[in-house]
Design a protein around this ligand. Structure first.
Ligand SMILES: [Zn+2]
Length: 464
């Protein structure tokens, strides 16, 4: 058996996770994500980096985040007909997220047509909700920690990655003619100590490792995020509103849980109002109730869900979302997307950024090229809906909430390997972060630690 890997994304960057494996000439894919962020990155979504999508046998998915799953409908549109292997919670999340992504793509194409943004006369969406629906029919669900027989040459085991609901690292066992080998895809790893999930599964050996490096060069502060959050809220809502751009999956539920605790302990104003203004976040919040064993958030208090507390309201209708712009104080608005790249958060930013009484609170990683990064890095104005909006609102950041392992978590997880992998690829990190992790591993006497380039290929095994 000959095995080759090609890095179709998340190589010296954090989005577009996609790895193409050629196993004796047959193609498989691990993760199938969209590129996000600056336009030179997003343009890659339109390039046919996968030569023959119809010839890809199967896709194996670590988790539902769009930068790992959002290219799937495009792959289906281009002819992919195989199965998409993932955990049950990932499948449930995909249903919400891919349909939403399809709708967004359609809206963007319409908008580009109306405003004449596109260089094409009739701008096409990357994919449609129909493509997303077709894609969902191909999903094949797997249990954690069970061996999945893909065929007589490939076996998989999904292990908890502690990152988001349903997230997994994938152990891929390849049964060759002469011997077996294992590749471990870490996917995105969660923190060691956290409120949401158990720590990532401990691995002690593998032949080839792909490890993420989002926070390879920095630690997130070791603070009690709940009390830090409480302080920010009290400062922000006395004479203004607090706007939180939040990821619909995980972060929103974590924040709601913290708000519940703060409110119950009377650490924030009793009459505060909290609005969750994101249909996707609302649907995902419901999933947390269905997949209780997949997370460790204590979402029930005396048989009542913390998500149904009276001070929390869920906004579905667009009109109600727009009406939130009229509220002046004592209010928290949680809206998506988390990096201010699209969705209802855009109109909140448009209205709140020029107002110095309001506060914007970032609660997650802001990738290069996103509006979130621009605002956080202190730009005086940002372009929203094609208009330059001055940044007068207070900008705050709550750092300890990331769903990603930070530097010391990564070091700890990698330190579990009793036998060092023969080859390690550092992926899913901007260049500085990937390099810092590479330096660390080299100092720990790991050999063959590689930071692959976009579209670079490597022969992993020959004649095994
Ligand atoms: Zn992720």
């Amino acid at each position: 058996m000959d095995v080759e890997i090609r890095f179709l994304g998340a190589a010296k960057s954090v989005t577009g996770s996609k790895y193409l494996l050629r196993i004796d000439g047959e193609a498989y894919m691990v993760d199938c994500g969209l590129f996000q962020g600056p336009s030179n990155m997003r343009r890659r979504n339109w390039e046919d980096v996968v030569e023959h999508p119809d010839k890809i046998k199967e896709v194996f998915l670590t988790h539902a985040h769009i930068d790992h799953s959002g290219y799937l409908p495009r792959l289906v549109k281009k002819g992919f007909k195989g199965k998409i292997y993932c955990t049950k919670a990932t499948a449930a999340l995909l249903k919400i997220m891919l349909l939403d992504a399809g709708k967004l793509q359609e809206e963007e194409a319409k908008w580009a047509y109306k405003k004449g943004y596109s260089t094409h006369k009739n701008p096409e969406p990357l994919f449609t909700t129909k493509d997303a629906e077709k894609c969902l029919e191909l999903v094949h669900t797997c249990e954690y920690d069970q061996t999945v027989l893909v065929n007589d040459r490939i076996q998989l085991v999904f292990r908890n990655a502690g990152h988001i609901l349903g997230s997994a690292m994938i152990e891929m066992k390849l049964i060759g003619d002469n011997m077996s080998k294992e590749i471990l895809f870490s996917g995105d790893l969660g923190k060691h100590k956290q409120h949401m999930h158990e720590a990532p599964f401990v691995k002690e050996s593998t032949d080839v490792l792909l490890v993420e490096s989002t926070y390879g060069d920095r630690n997130t502060p070791d603070i009690d995020p709940i009390s830090a959050f409480g302080e920010i809220i009290n400062e922000a809502v006395a004479d203004g509103c607090l706007i939180i751009p939040s990821f619909a999956v995980g972060r929103t539920q974590q924040i709601l849980y913290y708000l519940y605790r703060l409110h119950k302990n009377k650490q924030i104003p009793e009459n505060i109002r909290v609005f969750v203004d994101s249909p996707m976040a609302i649907n995902v919040t419901a999933l947390y109730k269905n997949f209780k064993s997949d997370h460790k958030l204590e979402i029930e208090d005396k048989n009542h869900s913390v998500f149904d507390a009276a001070f929390i309201r869920y906004i579905n209708a667009q009109e109600d979302s727009i009406n939130l712009n009229l509220i002046r104080k004592n209010t928290i608005i949680i809206s998506a997307s988390g990096m201010v790249t699209g969705g209802r958060i855009l109109h909140h930013m448009y209205h709140r950024l020029p107002n110095k009484k309001d506060t914007i609170l970032f609660v997650g990683y802001q990738a290069e090229g996103t509006k979130g990064r621009e605002i956080l890095s202190g730009e005086n104005d940002v372009s929203i809906f094609g208009i330059n909006v001055p940044v007068k609102a207070k900008i705050r950041e709550l750092d300890g909430l990331s769903a990603h392992a930070d530097m010391k978590d990564l070091h700890q997880w990698l330190g579990n390997f009793k036998e060092k992998p023969k080859r390690t690829f550092i992926v899913h990190g901007e260049e500085m972060a990937a390099q810092a992790l590479q330096n660390h591993l080299v100092s720990e006497e790991w050999s063959n630690v590689i930071i692959p380039d976009f579209l670079e290929s490597f022969k992993l095994f020959q004649s095994i």
